[in-house]
Design a protein around this ligand. Structure first.
Ligand SMILES: CC(=O)N[C@H]1[C@@H](OP(=O)(O)OP(=O)(O)OC[C@H]2O[C@@H](n3ccc(=O)[nH]c3=O)[C@H](O)[C@@H]2O)O[C@H](CO)[C@@H](O)[C@@H]1O[C@H](C)C(=O)N[C@@H](C)C(=O)N[C@H](CCC(=O)O)C(=O)O
Ligand SMILES: Nc1ncnc2c1ncn2[C@@H]1O[C@H](COP(=O)(O)OP(=O)(O)OP(=O)(O)O)[C@@H](O)[C@H]1O
Ligand SMILES: N[C@H](CCC[C@H](N)C(=O)O)C(=O)O
Ligand SMILES: [Mg+2]
Length: 495
């Protein structure tokens, strides 16, 4: 595409230099530049892409998108907001791929990954060619790709959506994080359905307050459905958890048709008669398209919410309720979410991704419901993330567990000992005696000691890292998988 064609997409952009410069591709990272690329300079939170423009030019970039003119010998497109420009240019360059698929996005503090997996399963069983983007992986057309975060930057996202379209994908289900919404990573993506799971505390390091955090998530719904059409295939839906205190806020900001789900009276999709065992969860569901009983192989009341979100999203796609039931009933679970580690031992070991106060409370309550012996909880909190959630998680662990092992999660660049101390404040506030908790910085050692301590019928819950196969200490990422370490510990257990 020619630089002037890119310029024509941005009304106020100023083109400096040769308008007929041919740009082969778009790039935002100087380390990835190929000859012929248009390099977009993004001002980041830690570093500024403008500082890497020279490197990009040296690597072969033929033109730049900049927020301030740079003294470099290549044509430049001067814009007011290069993140916005990136979203517009990426959408255009990749030929608006989101318009060619049915896009279903899921936002919320907890349950996004689980809900996207459930929707993907239902839609693919229904005969759609599906794509999935989220925390664990991206996958489509029988291939999987690793992810470095939950929601890709606009450029990577549009490129992936384009590839999905090329592969014949017609339904894409993706997680949309609050960071992504705040940074405009999904700008230009035409969602048909936006799903809200719940809003509880997390990421206050980034969003400053719960109001800001809620407003970031609200952007997803506020941008949806402002255009009404006779064409039923272009209708927009906001699927909202009616039992969440923020439900009214999200309803109020969207122009899309609202579908509610929940356990309280009045929801469009409503679950009742919930029964939870260590093997699964069953419930009755009444919907605007019929009623049925569903038995999930996944445990926890929170998974009834995830299932209802998925049911709602599938019903608006016209999938019959009985088909939805059949799909949901075959889902064995999601990688690293309440995943049992079974080496034939006499006690249970569960690995889970709970890394927020609400997530931890939910999973611990669930575990407590079916634990016949003690609950032994091993957990930590990530470094360079919301510090205020640490004592809250300490309190929750103390409240619902018999023994707590406070350990490292991904300490990143923080001092691991200090993270543990932040958590300990909550344990002490909860009045837990010092013989009921241990502080062990080394996560491997903590897992080993917890399993060594377990007696028949106890449950060892290892929370926070779920599917992760690494640990980040400082800036070094090393192999680390709670499930593998738990297996090692079970096999090496002395009693
Ligand atoms: C706070 C935050 O969201 N930061 C994101 C942001 O970083 P940043 O703005 O500081 O960008 P940067 O990496 O410093 O660089 C700025 C620009 O310079 C460029 N650069 C940089 C270095 C270089 O040598 N050459 C170069 O060209 C970069 O490519 C980029 O274009 O933009 C980067 C590029 O997209 C992201 O990788 C980075 O995510 C960081 C790693 C991160 O940890 N993000 C987390 C908090 C996050 O977004 N999490 C959510 C999930 C949350 C949830 O599940 O609820 C997610 O969606 O993943
Ligand atoms: N609906 C829910 N409500 C509360 N907690 C939940 C819910 N669903 C899952 N959880 C808990 O939160 C953990 C993370 O679930 P999941 O990965 O589905 O959420 P997520 O929103 O994708 O998280 P992330 O923000 O890291 O991408 C689970 O391991 C479980 O403990
Ligand atoms: N999406 C979350 C994941 C947290 C997972 C936990 N293991 C950690 O590293 O803090 C985040 O980036 O805050
Ligand atoms: Mg996720």
């Amino acid at each position: 595409m020619l630089l002037k064609q890119f310029a024509s997409k941005l009304t106020t952009a100023r083109l400096i230099g040769e308008p007929n410069t041919e740009c082969q591709n778009l790039q935002t990272d100087s380390r990835q530049v190929q000859p012929g690329d248009l390099f977009i300079c993004l001002p980041g939170h830690t570093v500024d892409g403008h500082d890497y423009a020279e490197k990009a030019v040296n690597a072969g970039a033929v033109a730049l998108v900049v927020e301030r003119q740079l003294e470099l010998p290549v044509p430049q497109l001067l814009v007011k907001d290069s993140r916005f420009a990136m979203a517009v240019l990426a959408d255009s360059f990749f030929d608006s791929p989101s318009h060619k698929m049915n896009m279903i996005g899921v936002t919320g503090t907890n349950g996004k990954t689980t809900t996207t997996y459930l929707i993907e399963k239902i839609m693919s069983d229904h005969g759609q060619k599906t794509g999935l983007i989220g925390t664990i992986q991206m996958r489509y057309d029988g291939r999987t790709y690793p992810m470095s975060g939950t929601t890709p930057e606009a450029l990577d996202l549009q490129r992936s959506l384009y590839d999905m379209v090329q592969a014949g994908t017609n339904c894409c289900v993706m997680e949309v994080s609050s960071h992504a919404l705040e940074q405009g990573r999904v700008k230009g993506t035409d969602f048909r359905t936006a799903v809200f799971t719940n809003l509880t505390q997390d990421h206050l390091d980034y969003h400053n307050s719960m109001e800001e955090y809620r407003a970031a998530k609200g952007l997803f719904f506020a941008r949806l459905g402002n255009e009404y059409t006779e064409d039923a295939s272009r209708r927009k839906f906001a699927i909202i958890n009616a039992d969440d205190p923020s439900a009214d806020y999200f309803k109020s900001v969207t122009a899309a048709e609202v579908i509610t789900y929940g356990m309280e009276e009045g929801a469009d999709v409503r679950a009742s008669k919930i029964s939870i065992t260590s093997q699964g969860t069953s419930f009755h569901v009444d919907t605007f398209a019929g009623s049925t009983d569903i038995s999930l192989r996944m445990v926890g009341k929170f998974n009834v919410y995830n299932a209802m979100a998925a049911i709602s999203a599938a019903l608006v796609e016209g999938v019959p309720l009985e088909e939805i039931k059949r799909s949901l009933e075959t889902v064995p679970g999601v990688d690293g979410r309440v995943e049992a580690v079974d080496e034939g031992q006499s006690f249970a070991v569960i690995v889970d991704y709970a890394h927020t106060p609400d997530g931890l409370e939910n999973v611990l309550r669930t575990v407590k419901e079916f634990a016949e012996g003690r609950v032994i909880c091993v957990f930590g909190c990530g470094g360079d993330r919301d510090r205020t959630k640490r004592p809250l998680m300490g309190k929750i662990a103390a409240k619902y567990s018999d023994i707590v092992f406070v350990t490292s999660d991904n300490p990143r660049t923080e001092d691991p000992d200090l993270i543990l101390k932040d958590i300990e404040v909550g344990l002490v506030e909860e009045g837990v005696s010092s013989d009921r908790y241990l502080m062990i910085v080394d996560r491997r050692q903590a897992i080993h000691e917890a399993i060594e301590m377990a007696s028949p019928a106890d449950v060892v819950l290892i929370a926070g890292k779920g599917h992760e196969t690494y640990q980040i200490i400082g800036t070094t990422k090393t192999d680390f998988d709670d499930r593998i370490i738990a297996k090692e510990a079970i096999r090496g257990k002395s009693n």
